[in-house]
Design a protein around this ligand. Structure first.
Ligand code: RFL
Ligand code: PHB
Length: 390
């Protein structure tokens, strides 16, 4: 069977690409190794840049986001007990961010795909990609024990950091850049009212913490934790107690605790693979790059990759023009490196790095003092947080 574009992975990158290509009349098949319920159960990102919100509107999946998304004009930094509000709206010249869970967005995109009658194969086993340097690329998978092959013009590798697409490229053709941080984030989701209307990023001598949310009744909290720690060692009581120690009096007064409905540990990593195109294979989203979550950029970068890639593919099918395809990797990487820099910077500002000693801590203090005193520093933070232009 021949399909113009085979997409590997039904995370936000794969689904959004599928939806934009569908709107342009280009058929796709998505191969996803997990079940639909599993994909929808993964609690991940929560903050969308305006550029991504606009894209979702254009993709025809903006209705629920518009109704239920929480528009945030700023956030707080609580640094060693001192609060500083970052007025994103004022400092960026009128741009906000929207809090809307990745799970909700994924559901909206899956529903749109179902309504369009486009094909997704869930629980596709042993997906492998072939001949992407040839005239026709091919993709093999197994479903219910039966082997199947798809022939296609292009493969979109939207299969995340651990996916098969990037790993199918010969190591001699790919350059990777990586930084692993010596800690992770322990995240808890709870059906409690958020402690504050806006996010609070916390830098405390015991480690970083973040107070976030998914709605007015659903809170998301994170604690910096050691890489050797295990979720089972963190009872709800222990989590809330540790969070309280890192918050100030005002936040402690307003914090509502309750049973967790999800708890997980994610390691922090910066990673970029270059280039993002190999013949007929295009990588997008986490398949090509990872940012530590501190700057809330991972999902948003997936969207900007898809913006460039969908535009290039649509151009190719409409006018047979390959210029967009040829420019894809360079255009996407330019924005990727900007987001890498910002996420690395915010991670370094707010986390505890004992190995950096007192000099490292003083650098963080000086950076925070500069941020609170200088409008220019605030503008630089706000400009990056709300999202650089596509
Ligand atoms: P995904 O979401 O990982 O989806 C990849 C899909 O590919 C499937 N797959 C395969 N399918 C077939 N065959 C194979 N061999 C396959 N291997 C994998 C997987 O099952 C999966 O369904 O990648 P995508 O689409 O590129 O999306 C990227 C985002 O999910 C990610 O960047 C964000 O979640 C990162 N992130 C955040 N980003 C933000 O923009 N704002 C945030 O606030 C934010 N918070 C976060 C985050 C990530 C976190 N974790 C857990 C890493 C908070 C956390 C805690
Ligand atoms: C989240 O709500 O999951 C979240 C928010 C902001 C971040 C990272 C994660 O920087």
């Amino acid at each position: 069977m021949h399909v113009p574009v085979v997409i590997v992975g039904s995370g936000p990158s794969g689904l959004l690409l599928g939806q934009l290509l569908h709107l342009a009349g280009i058929e796709t098949v998505i191969l996803e190794q997990r079940s639909k319920a599993y994909v929808l159960g993964r609690i991940r990102a929560g903050v969308l840049e305006q550029g991504m919100v606009d894209m979702l509107e254009r993709a025809g999946v903006g209705a629920r986001l518009r109704a239920e998304g929480l528009v945030h004009e700023g956030f707080d930094i609580l640094f060693e007990g001192r609060r500083h509000r970052v007025d994103l709206h004022g400092l960026s010249g009128g741009t906000d961010v929207t809090v809307y869970g990745q799970t909700e967005l994924t559901l909206d995109l899956m529903n749109a795909r179902d309504a369009a009658g486009a094909k997704t194969v869930y629980e596709a086993e042993d997906v492998s990609i072939h001949d992407f340097d040839g005239e026709r690329a091919r993709v093999r998978y197994r479903k219910d024990g039966l082997e199947a092959w798809l022939e296609c013009d292009f493969i979109a590798g939207c299969d995340g950091f651990h996916g098969v697409c990037r790993q199918s490229v010969s190591p001699s053709r790919i350059t990777t850049h990586e930084r692993e941080y010596p800690f992770g984030w322990l995240g808890v989701l709870s059906e409690t009212r958020p402690v504050s209307e806006e996010l609070i990023y916390v830098s405390h001598p015991r480690g970083f913490a973040l107070c976030s949310m998914r709605s007015h009744t659903l809170s998301r909290y994170y604690l910096q934790c050691g890489l050797e720690e295990r979720v089972e060692e963190w009872s709800d009581e222990r989590f809330w107690e540790e969070l309280r120690r890192r918050l100030d009096d005002a936040a402690n007064r307003d914090l509502v605790t309750g049973p967790s409905i999800e708890k997980s540990i994610a390691p922090l990593r910066s990673f970029v693979a270059e280039p993002m195109r190999f013949g007929r294979l295009f990588l997008a989203g986490d398949a090509a790059h990872i940012v530590p979550p501190t700057g809330a950029k991972g999902l948003n970068l997936a969207a900007s990759d898809v913006h460039y890639l969908s535009g290039a593919l649509i151009d190719y099918y409409r006018t047979n023009n390959e210029r967009g395809l040829d420019a894809y990797s360079q255009r996407a990487l330019r924005r990727v490196w900007q987001a890498e820099r910002f996420s690395w910077w915010m991670t370094n500002l707010l986390h505890l790095f004992p190995e950096n000693g007192s000099f490292g801590r003083e650098m963080q203090r000086a950076e925070f003092a500069y941020l609170t005193a200088s409008r220019a520093a605030g503008m630089a933070l706000a400009e990056n947080y709300v999202g650089l232009p596509y």
